[in-house]
Design a protein around this ligand. Structure first.
Ligand SMILES: C=CC1=C(C)c2cc3[nH]c(cc4nc(cc5[nH]c(cc1n2)c(C)c5CCC(=O)O)C(CCC(=O)O)=C4C)c(C)c3C=C
Ligand SMILES: [Fe+2]
Length: 449
């Protein structure tokens, strides 16, 4: 089976409805793990054993004898990539890649500012260079990188589900004289009283989200973008994140965050009737260049882990409203059981506490407001206060932040039980246009329309 074949299987396994030219939300049962974890039918036993390290080598002796081990080590023929390396996500599509696909194991978020004098034409040329480079790097088979940018860091790997997603910050429109095309939905986020934001690590003219299931592939992609930006834009900030490695769990499971909670369960699903409406700007939407696009709210949320870890598991569960072991709501059932916010315990207390995170964040508590959360964890060592500088690179996707992130964060800010253990340290809002068609670059309708 070729890399493309495997990808076709992966995509079909994830497709859950209308939005699903690329689908899956990192939820248990959406098929992400099924595709990533499945025994790779086209991968030879030779390859499996040859890459399995010490454990594999031991297995080899038991299963195939020492002679087979020698054969693996000495035969000089190309071997198939595992499914992790060969899985690829198409660059072209109605929506940009990196929104509905499950969050990969490695992620980089970066904002770039245009250099003084870089105008609309320079920005268009940059987006063209970036799109062409990403088109090559995400392709099936052996990814290609424009020779001028290539450092060969990702040479031996496949695309590894690489996605690169581009967005425009509010300042981009002033810098390029495109204020007539500024979306209303890109109005600055309101000040949330509990925020402790660092302006230098917030916002920016252009935003890039890189995700891949291999750390070298993700690094390489960001490095290529940075080189392609030379002369036009410089990095304003960069944040590096991670998730669990595909195949690390016994079956597809929803991710855990650094507080140990199962996080992502009640995300909108591509199979939901209103998924597209909630997450993507419709074809008839305004401005027209945002058709098929989405708005990304990015928050670097530090977790006060030393304080959090002092709570008992029962206290931690009360704060969130879900069981830590399996993510089941405290109103009963299993992880996927709908939450019953009005459930009363025998002692007449609320099963989901009045200030529980899932009560205050639920669409039912926010006039239906919903967003697609697709986060990476981060760990930047120990902070100056001696505690882990770790938390969540929270990325929320929605058709309009005013019917997604904003009302929910207004409700949560300093008020839900979880906010006592969090600190919002950086923030950004970006307009992410629809995907590029064949031969197009991302943002072409904005920059040439
Ligand atoms: C403004 C939006 C949100 C912020 C900021 C946010 C931060 C945040 N959340 C967790 C952990 C969990 N969140 C969970 C559910 C959940 N969170 C939000 C919104 C924000 N979270 C929503 C809309 C929901 C779904 C609510 C529902 O409909 O039930 C959960 C439970 C599992 C799940 O459904 O995903 C956890 C756990 C952290 C750690 C965090 C900041 C670091
Ligand atoms: Fe949350």
């Amino acid at each position: 089976m070729s890399a493309t074949d495997k990808t076709a299987g992966r995509t079909a396994g994830q497709a859950g409805g209308k939005a699903a030219d690329r689908a899956g939300t990192g939820q248990a049962g959406t098929g992400q793990g099924a595709a990533r974890d499945a025994a790779p039918p086209g991968v030879s036993r030779r390859r499996l054993l040859g890459t399995a390290g010490a454990v594999g080598a031991a297995g080899l002796v038991v299963g195939g004898g020492a002679g087979a081990a020698v054969a693996v080590g000495t035969r000089d023929e190309p071997t198939a990539l595992t499914t992790v390396g060969s899985a690829h996500v198409p660059f072209e599509g109605a929506h940009q890649a990196g929104i509905v696909e499950p969050a990969q194991a490695c992620g980089h978020l970066a904002a770039f500012d245009l250099k003084a004098g870089a105008d609309r034409k320079a920005a268009a040329a940059l987006l063209r260079r970036w799109s062409d480079a990403v088109r090559g790097m995400t392709a099936a088979g052996r990814p290609t990188t424009p020779a001028a940018y290539d450092d060969q860091v990702a040479d031996d790997a496949g695309p590894s589900s690489l996605t690169v997603t581009f967005g425009f910050g509010r300042s981009f429109f002033t810098r390029t004289g495109l204020t007539a095309k500024l979306p209303t939905a890109l109005a600055p986020l309101p000040d949330f009283p509990a925020d402790q934001l660092d302006a230098k690590r917030s916002n920016g003219d252009l935003w890039v989200q890189v995700g891949a299931d291999d750390a070298l592939v993700a690094f390489h992609a960001l490095r290529v973008l940075q080189k392609a930006a030379a002369g036009s834009a410089t990095v304003r900030w960069q944040m590096n994140g991670f998730n669990r490695t595909p195949g690390a769990t016994d079956r597809p499971r929803t991710a855990r965050n650094l507080m140990g909670q199962i996080d992502g369960t009640n995300n909108p699903k591509p199979s939901d009737a209103d998924f597209d409406k909630r997450i993507f700007v419709p074809a008839s939407g305004s401005p027209d260049w945002m058709a098929g696009g989405s708005y990304a709210v990015v928050r670097r949320i530090r977790m006060l882990l030393d304080t959090w870890d002092h709570l008992s598991v029962a206290e931690q569960e009360r704060v969130v409203g879900r069981r830590k072991s399996d993510g089941a709501p405290l109103s009963g059932g299993v992880e996927t059981t709908p939450v019953q916010l009005d459930k009363i315990n025998p002692d007449r207390s609320l099963a989901i506490a009045g200030d529980a995170h899932i009560r205050l964040a639920a669409p039912a508590s926010n006039s239906g407001a919903a967003m697609l959360r697709r986060a990476f964890s981060y760990h930047d060592g120990i902070g100056t206060d001696g505690t882990p500088d770790a938390g969540l690179l929270f990325v929320a996707w929605q058709a309009d932040p005013m019917t997604g992130f904003v009302p929910v964060q207004r409700k949560l800010d300093g008020a839900d039980g979880l906010s006592r253990f969090l600190r919002h340290e950086a923030s950004g809002l970006f307009a992410v246009p629809g995907g590029a068609g064949k031969g197009e670059y991302v943002g072409q309708r904005l920059l040439e329309g």
